[in-house]
Ligand binder design. Structure first.
Ligand code: A3P
Length: 292
């Protein structure tokens, strides 16, 4: 049996990343993901945790519903977009109709070989890391598989040190950014989606080669608003709340700038300093706050 390189009773490290200690998930299963079968029509949704994965999942599902109306299903997005490393990739995913959607948080070097080899489409969602930190802090109080932070101060440092679920946000973004020339990847920004969801959906449809009518695009946008996802059990993982896997609802605030309600001035200055040191060589810009 594989022994786990435990970071805590809740997380184990593998290839520089942190995974939840959950029934059945072993390093060899993560390594086996390299050999998962990939079809040229597959679409991978990738994000660092709490960057808008469920949001993009809903958008992709609605785009597919519009583009492939014969495949509309009344099942949850969790089923329709299996979580690659979450034990979802057993037999059932193979039976899913093409184009198959997957969601994952793993780094590029752990993705199935076929993702690059077959040039499949990858949608990477990025969010400003101050809000990712805050969202993950709250999520750690919700998902029973994660350790409840001792304090915000502790969690803040753990996030900067990469000692949280999945690891370092800074590394994750850099690793995907470095793949830009080697993968068919579209970078989407959570804040751009907040600013103008319709334009972002249009951009996404163009990338995916899905030619939707204006009306269909309106429908994708409308069904993917925070308000509508909050009441849609297929979109918001409510079943996990009912099963007490999540102690709080996943649709928490959905804004840009909630970090201002959590960071002290000193923490913000420290974060900015680390961000500059770690990211300033990348031509990325983030929106840190949006007025509601
Ligand atoms: P907050 O905790 O800041 O509210 P993920 O799906 O990657 O786990 O990300 C979760 C974050 O995305 C949560 O952020 C959640 O509220 C936000 N989110 C989900 N759907 C959204 C939507 N339609 N609009 C804006 N934010 C959304």
């Amino acid at each position: 049996m594989d022994s786990l390189d435990l970071l805590s009773p809740y997380l184990f490290r593998h290839k520089g990343k942190n995974f939840v200690v959950q029934e059945g998930l072993k390093p060899k299963d993560l390594d086996a993901l390299r050999d998962v079968d990939v079809r040229p029509t597959d679409i991978y949704l990738v994000a660092f945790p709490k960057s808008g994965t469920l949001w993009m999942q809903q958008i992709l599902v609605k785009i597919m519903d519009a583009a492939h109306p014969d495949q509309v299903e009344d099942s949850t997005n969790r089923v329709r977009v299996p979580w690659l490393e979450g034990g979802a990739v057993d037999n059932f995913h193979r039976e899913r109709p093409d184009p198959r959607l997957y969601r994952t948080h793993i780094p590029p070097e752990m993705l199935p070989h076929g993702v690059k080899a077959k040039g499949i489409k990858v949608v990477y969602v990025m969010r400003n890391p101050k809000d990712v930190l805050v969202s993950l802090y709250h999520f750690a109080h919700s998902w029973v598989m994660l350790e409840k932070p001792k304090s915000f101060e502790d969690f803040f440092q753990d996030f900067l040190d990469g000692n949280v679920f999945m690891g370092s946000w800074f590394d994750h973004v850099r690793e995907y950014y470095n793949q830009e020339d080697q993968m068919d990847i579209l970078f989407m920004s959570y804040e751009d989606m907040l600013k103008d969801l319709r334009s972002e959906v249009v951009k996404l449809c163009a990338f995916l080669g899905k030619d939707l009518t204006d009306e269909a695009i309106d429908d994708v946008v409308e069904s993917s608003t925070f308000k509508n996802m909050k009441t849609n059990p297929n979109a918001n993982f409510k079943d996990l709340v009912e099963k007490e896997r999540y102690l709080k609802e996943t649709m928490r605030k959905g804004v840009a700038g909630d970090w201002k309600n959590h960071f002290t001035v000193a923490q913000n200055e420290y974060f900015d300093q680390v961000f500059t040191e770690r990211m300033s060589d990348l031509p990325l810009s983030f929106t840190w706050e949006l007025k509601q």
